[in-house]
Design a binder for this molecule. Structure first.
Ligand code: 3UK
Length: 513
């Protein structure tokens, strides 16, 4: 990967103006539920919004703009307009409440807010607590004070602010499950880097590609996969607000999508419904956000004929850094560092570990962690290596095998047990649809393995079935790893980014004892 960029660089110009000038003006850029825009039309919206930021909100380069909206074309245009005006985007997850938004306003020193009209309520509550100097504008709205009304009065073209490649353009907040949220800063150049790494080497994106998926634009997985990557290659993005597994399948068929981005739990639920839809357009499917269980990879491949492209990414790294595609896929492994990145495993003495040893994953490359004024920077970055908080093994061929989050390793009677490995085994059972495995405090063993299990619809969770699942795990992995306790649930707690909230399960497990 040749990742060199000019010193003066505005990523919105690279992703939009240059594509329009380079022959993509009339190509489709974004399909939303109510609107479809070509590159030219998107550019015009972006430029009008940039004028509003400058003239009406009186923003200057370096100001921070909180963004809030579901996945839709206007939300995408707002992100690009913030960059074009030389400002810093602070995207927020749609599900966040006033209290969480107020924390973000304070931490990121937010100067202005652009918010979708349907998400007004919580941001208004947040701004009452934590004032925002330039105030808020609302989009996807009618009325004289809506962003759209202000845009209509502006010129259709805006001279982009001449930013440095190393100016911060985004503060991404981690979907962290515990503790104070952490803002991660990334530069204009970092945006170009992620566009030129994973999608080029793993997806081989063409201008004819149509991207679709679920991750919010407020999550860097979605921002890259559903906006930045398509624009970089003159391709097109489908942005839909309301997604369920059935709706995503129907949308893939309707838009003839070629590349899908979502999390393992979605693929798991889509696989049994896949035969009801024409998915013949689909050629690449990407899974990230949490570990891809082998059973999910297999059921997806059996249902669609597609080999899943797994990839581990992190908000701190901006996007995916270990992955594999095509003939390089090794089922069960995440893959190898993608071109441009290096990885290694650090053992408990802080030394580089050889094949087959579980240790902490360390990665290094053209993007990396820059926390916004947070002492946890020193925990994440050691000598230029980023420690992601994941326990991994590397094999003799250089493939990386996920074990667990470092804090999710279960220690039972002296054995180290990775919860996700037990989950993988349970998911191979035909009656299990979802599961979460955590350590439950135990006087004798320190911890015992506890599995929360969601069964196929119509199946009853009996003690006999619990016994059968235990025996099944004992036959599938080393017997000492079997869940000594099993609890049946109708659903499991998940974050807005599709991650299982193991800490919630652990709290429940602790409460029980
Ligand atoms: C976990 C995975 C195993 C892992 C993300 C793609 O998830 C993203 O960012 P977050 O900051 O979380 C990072 C953590 O999530 N994880 C993500 N992908 C995988 N574990 N296999 C995977 N394939 O614990 C990591 O440290 O929310 C993913 C692109 C951009 C992202 N921000």
């Amino acid at each position: 990967a040749e990742l060199s960029y000019p010193d003066r660089l505005n990523c919105a110009v690279e992703l939009l103006d240059k594509m329009v000038a380079g022959g993509h003006a009339q190509s489709p850029a974004i399909h939303g539920a109510d609107a479809s825009w070509t590159y030219q039309q998107l550019l015009e919206k972006v430029d009008r919004i940039a004028h509003v930021l400058k003239d009406d909100l009186k923003l200057v380069p370096g100001n921070r703009v909180l963004l809030r909206g579901a996945n839709n074309p206007m939300m995408a245009a707002c992100v690009l307009a913030v960059w074009k005006a030389g400002c810093i985007a602070v995207p927020t997850m749609p599900l966040l409440r006033a209290k969480e938004l107020a924390t973000i306003i304070d931490l990121a020193k937010v100067d202005a807010v652009l918010c979708a009209d349907d998400l007004k309520e919580e941001i208004a509550g947040a701004m009452a607590k934590s004032p925002v100097p330039a105030g808020a504008l609302y989009f996807n709205a009618a009325g004289a004070d809506a962003l759209e009304a202000l845009m209509a009065a502006k010129p259709a073209s805006f001279d982009a602010v001449d930013t440095s490649a190393e100016d911060v353009c985004i503060i991404g907040f981690t979907s962290g499950t515990t503790g104070r949220p952490k803002g991660t800063m990334h530069f204009h150049r970092d945006i170009m880097v992620i566009c030129d790494c994973f999608p080029r080497s793993m997806l081989k994106v063409q201008a004819s590609d149509i991207f679709i998926g679920t991750p919010p634009l407020a999550f860097t997985f979605g921002l890259g996969g559903l906006l930045l990557f398509p624009l970089r290659y003159g391709a097109c993005a489908v942005l839909l607000e309301k997604m369920t597994p059935a709706l995503l399948l129907a949308a893939i068929a309707r838009y003839r999508a070629t590349i899908c981005f979502t999390a393992p739990t979605f693929y798991r639920q889509m696989a049994p419904l896949a035969h009801e839809h024409d998915l013949s357009s689909l050629t690449r499917t990407v899974s990230a956000g949490e570990a891809l269980p082998l059973a999910t990879r297999i059921s997806w491949q059996q249902a669609t004929g597609l080999a899943m492209i797994d990839g581990i990414g992190a908000t701190e790294m901006l996007h995916i850094f270990i992955s594999a595609a095509g003939d390089d896929i090794r089922p069960g492994a995440t893959g190898k560092p993608i071109p441009g990145y290096q990885a290694c495993i650090i053992d408990e003495n802080g030394e580089q570990a050889g094949p087959g040893v579980t240790g902490r994953l360390a990665v290094k490359g053209p993007t990396g962690c820059r926390y916004l004024a947070d002492p946890r920077q020193a925990d994440y970055v050691h000598n230029g290596w980023n420690l992601t908080g994941d326990a991994y093994q590397v094999d003799a061929d250089g493939y990386y095998w996920y074990q667990a989050r470092t804090d999710d390793m279960i220690i039972s009677a002296g054995y180290n047990i990775a919860g996700p490995e037990v989950e993988d085994a349970l998911l191979l059972h035909p009656l299990v649809t979802e599961c979460g495995v955590v350590g439950c405090p135990d006087e004798e063993r320190g911890q015992v393995v506890l599995a929360y299990v969601v069964l196929k619809a119509g199946t009853e969770g009996t003690p006999e079935l619990a016994k059968e699942l235990q025996d099944f795990v004992k036959r599938t992995v080393a017997p000492y790893k079997y869940p000594r306790k099993i609890e049946f649930r109708s659903s499991l707690p998940r974050t807005g980014t599709g991650k299982l909230q193991r800490f919630v399960l652990r709290q429940e497990a602790t409460g029980q004892n």
